[in-house]
Design a protein around this ligand. Sequence first.
Ligand code: GDP
Ligand code: MN
Length: 379
Amino acid sequence: MKIHEYQAMEIFARYGLPVSGFDVVTSPEEARAAAEKRGGSVVVKAQVHVGGRGKAGGVKLARDADEAERLAEGILGMDIKGLTVEKVVVAEVVDIDREYYIGIVVDRATKKPVYMVSSEGGVDIEVVASETPEKIHKHPVDPERGLSDAEAAELAAKIESEPSVAAQVADAILKLYAAFVGSDASLAEINPLVVTSEGVVRAIDAKMNIDDNALYRHEDIAAMRDTSTDTAELTKARELGMSFVKLDGNVGCLVNGAGLAMTTMDLIKQYGGEPANFLDVGGSSNSDKVATTLEIITSDPNVRSLLINIFGGITRCDDVARGLVHALERVATDVPIVVRLTGTNAEEARRILAEHDLMTADTLDEAVEKAVVLAGRDS
Ligand code: GDP
Ligand code: MN
């Protein structure tokens, strides 16, 4: 799950990172009041789930409260990479001397968190990584032992030579790691971590992605979810406890079990089709759930055929078939449906589906092939 800069700042502050004072506002008037409180000169920052806000015009410096109000007016409602700005942060301005990058990501190859630090902060780190990779220092962290003071000091020394500043950088490196682990983050980064003209280290940007599977043990972070940009389908699927990911293809998929859903998508590709979504309906497939998933999938105008692939283990195929028949009474759709049910009570299920003129397939290959052909047909 992505969280906003201001939310990551709140978490960073809890771990003692040197973040700037700020307020989150939703109107120009509030921005003015927040600027007045901080003595007038502030930085106004769009809160959207994308990077590069600065370049897109979503981060601006204001000299006084008047200007803060005007800038907030311009930034609120602005479109940044397809996202509408609904909130802005009004933060204390920092006098920047130099900008660094520090960040941690989980690296699948080494199965460890990898710390990255660079003296090239404030700019797009992906650009630094591709053009001047030697300027990014990487350090895999042993997750069992954690990050030691010595390791942090060593990393800090790679980007900062002045001892009193390097000590502050090392401290920030340790605290960011603590925030990363403590929040079950998959990414935590400060870009830029700045050194002020007085030699003080400050975090003026914050980014964190949280592992969805760990949200159950972070109620406070789970509550940070911003659903304003979620589609209605996604929200519905989440409420029902299903995993739903929208994709760009035209073959809708309704499958039980994440592994089976993956296999189904692979097969669709193999038969020359493109899946319209990933959807794991989970264990029990009552008619209510099936109806909702049908609504979710067929509300996508790209969907030209729907493949239902259910393995009946504990879930009984005849239950799913009945659920589907009921669901189709509720959800009107022209999208052709191919059903492949196998496992417990599959015979009975096929009989029910045949009675209602639903297209079935005996094997998964046959079902996928049919669905792909139907999706590719001109209509
Ligand atoms: P991003 O573009 O989404 O990464 O947003 P940032 O929060 O990193 O802001 C972009 C840039 O604005 C930073 O790299 C800084 O150069 C500048 N900036 C942000 N806050 C301040 C500030 O308090 N003082 C000054 N002088 N510049 C700032
Ligand atoms: Mn930044």
